[in-house]
Design a protein around this ligand. Structure first.
Ligand SMILES: Nc1ncnc2c1ncn2[C@@H]1O[C@H](COP(=O)(O)OP(=O)(O)OP(=O)(O)O)[C@@H](O)[C@H]1O
Ligand SMILES: [Mg+2]
Length: 277
């Protein structure tokens, strides 16, 4: 067989190991994460599914320390998120160090969260110009612009670089948001229901971009209700219910042969009868 291009093969990922250990989180009287442990290997793709209120968004938000955990810890490439160990105690990092850590973790939200007064390109280049890059000089405007165009190209929107968000469809806005999340060359990308605010006919253009990213060696953790997509893209599907991971496994196993009744019952409601594994 003739190999046409080596770029068809994903590079072996060496960074982006996520280790979540016994994480707990309480809001008021309600414990919404009840001891979550999950490992995602470098370059791995974990898709988290589960009913509304099961704690999926909260878990994602703990990974970049937008939510503080009450117990347990999260490490990325062996480095604790949000804390450092001193003696045998954990101390929260100063804000500056937390921001620095966050540059390694891109996040894409349901509602795009683009700046309305900035063009697509400016939305993408904003972060590289202002954010600190540990050990590296700040990018110049010209460098940031070139990199921004490259990233817009990657999501198929180079020709819309000068459009404002209001001039773009929801699917295009979400692709800009993905380009922006990539701008700091993160180790990990978190997606919280990236397509659920989109009209059905726009869902696929966004999922296709995420499918490409899945091959790129960046670790992805994706919350979605798109089960067909989960089946295609995931190395691991994680089913959460009531603040716990009920079951996790390879898509072909968990969809066809769930071990737990709760998993079976959830999939029977969300997967259409015609869904072929
Ligand atoms: N900041 C907060 N203050 C109080 N309660 C919260 C807060 N954020 C989340 N919760 C509660 O925590 C629980 C889990 O919420 P979370 O948003 O993580 O669920 P989810 O699985 O993402 O749900 P959905 O599928 O609807 O997005 C819910 O009961 C929610 O009301
Ligand atoms: Mg949510």
């Amino acid at each position: 067989m003739i190999r046409m291009s080596t770029t068809l093969e994903a590079p072996a990922a060496t960074r982006g190991l996520v280790e979540i250990t016994k994480v707990r989180k309480t809001f008021g009287p309600t414990e919404v994460l009840k001891g979550i442990s999950l490992t995602v290997e470098p370059g791995g793709v974990a898709v988290i599914v589960g009913p509304s209120g099961s704690g999926k968004s909260t878990l994602l938000r703990t990974i970049n320390h937008l939510e503080k955990v009450d117990a347990g810890f999260i490490a990325i490439d062996g480095e604790l998120v949000g804390y450092r160990v001193k003696g045998n105690k954990l101390h929260e990092l100063p804000e500056r160090d937390i921001l620095k850590q966050r540059t390694e973790i891109g996040m894409v939200f349901q509602n795009f969260n683009l700046f309305p007064h900035l063009t697509a390109l400016e939305n993408v280049t904003e972060a590289p110009v202002v954010a600190p890059r540990p050990g590296k000089p700040r990018r110049s405007q010209a460098e940031a612009r070139a990199r921004g165009l490259e990233l817009l190209d990657r999501v198929g929107l180079r020709d819309r670089a000068d459009a404002y968000p209001r001039q773009l469809s929801g699917g295009q806005q979400q692709r800009v948001a993905i380009a922006r999340a990539l701008a700091l060359d993160p180790k990990i990308l978190l997606f919280d229901e990236p397509t659920s605010a989109l009209d059905p006919e726009l869902v696929n253009e966004v999922l296709d971009v995420i499918r490409e990213l899945a091959k790129s060696g960046t670790t992805l953790i994706i919350v979605t209700h798109e089960m067909g997509f989960a089946r295609d893209v995931a190395d691991t599907v994680v089913f959460m219910d009531q603040g716990q991971i009920v079951e996790q496994g390879k898509p072909q196993d968990i969809f066809t042969n769930p071990q737990e009744e709760r998993t079976r019952s959830f999939f029977s409601k969300v997967i259409e009868p015609a869904f072929n594994i």
